[in-house]
Design a protein around this ligand. Structure first.
Ligand SMILES: [Ca+2]
Length: 344
């Protein structure tokens, strides 16, 4: 009986949250390397289901067919038909944990078993060119209205910066960014200095191109130190809906272990701002990336428009909030609400 009440109250709360879906929802584009870590899947779950975000596009910066198909499967499961782009040329590479021999592959399994959306199984080549998708979505958006969230590598954003007039817009890449982007939120680097995977793991000179030359919108950095010790995923694994693809991804990837929360935390900031979770570590100066992918904050008081985040709560509290949000998001889909009713 208690369980029934809890589920019904949760159900009512979820309905209310979605009914209140504001016209002020942030227009969001996510650029993800959905492949070698599962927290990208958690981030997609949050963005696809939140009333705080209008997910306009998902661009993938790792060129595996399974990354594109898994993104489509995940988005479709939560009722999102958000268009998907992916960096070319595509490969059929799958993740293998050659560092620790403990993590599992999830993108091909999620892609196959939850096949759906705009890129069903076998149709990865139908994905957008990511730069064309950026230019189309940005050109159609109101001025200074789009938040871009980078939770992986930088090839697609570098391509956007290098782009020129096309069928979507007469503007160059930098001019289009200045006209349409309200904020670039980057998970990557370490602050005030460090050497982090998203910056060095693909092509660090491309990282340097994006971070060192981006102009026209503020940049907020979410560093390695924010998410590394904020673990999440166990509640989704243990309490999530039976047929949830992101729950399955966490199981395939980490078995029964909680994972760092780099990307879910970054997407929560991108959607909701500082909220109760974050504060700015600094609000002047700028980030500089070397060609090897290491980064260092330059404390120049004459420069504004870049900042890095700090947690305002303990790592334990932040992890509990990410866990709560992942679980709430997974149960919020129409399909699972029906399942919930049958189960209680
Ligand atoms: Ca990522």
């Amino acid at each position: 009986m208690i369980h029934r009440l809890v589920f019904l109250l949760a159900f009512a709360g979820i309905i209310q949250a979605h009914a209140a879906s504001p016209t002020t929802a942030k227009r969001l584009i996510i650029d993800t390397d959905l492949f070698s870590d599962v927290d990208d899947a958690g981030a997609l779950l949050l963005a696809a289901t939140s009333s705080s975000a209008d997910l306009l596009a998902v661009n993938i910066n790792f060129p595996s067919t399974y990354s594109a198909l898994a993104a489509s499967a995940i988005l479709a499961h939560y009722g999102s038909n958000t268009p998907i782009g992916i960096r070319r040329p595509l490969t059929n590479v799958t993740f293998f944990d050659s560092w620790f021999f403990e993590l599992g592959e999830y993108t091909s399994k999620v892609a196959y078993h939850w096949s759906g959306g705009s890129l069903p199984w076998g149709h990865a080549e139908d994905a957008w060119d990511p730069v064309a998708l950026y230019r189309k979505i940005l050109s159609e958006a109101p001025d200074q209205s789009v938040t871009i969230t980078s939770i992986g590598f930088f090839d697609n954003l570098s391509g956007l910066l290098n782009s020129s007039s096309d069928i979507y817009s007469p503007l160059s890449g930098p001019d289009l960014i200045a006209a349409k982007v309200s904020e670039l939120v980057i998970m990557g680097g370490e602050y005030p200095s460090g050497y982090e995977y998203n910056f060095w793991g693909s092509n660090p000179s491309i990282t340097a191109h994006v971070v060192n030359t981006w102009k026209g919108s503020p940049i907020t950095f979410s560093g390695f130190e924010i998410g590394q010790n904020v673990t999440s995923g166990l509640r989704l694994i243990n309490e999530g809906p039976r047929d949830d693809p992101v729950k399955a991804a966490y199981v395939y990837y980490g078995y029964t272990t909680a994972r760092p929360s780099f990307d879910p935390l970054t997407v929560l900031y991108a959607m909701e701002g500082l909220s109760d979770l974050f504060e700015f570590g600094v609000e002047y100066g700028y980030n500089h990336v070397e060609k090897n992918g290491s980064n260092k904050w330059v404390y120049d008081k004459g420069v504004t428009g870049q900042r890095f985040l700090r947690l305002k709560v303990s790592e334990h509290e932040a992890g509990a909030e990410v866990d709560r949000r992942l679980l709430q998001a997974a149960w919020s889909t129409q399909r699972d609400q029906v399942l919930t009713r049958q189960e209680v």
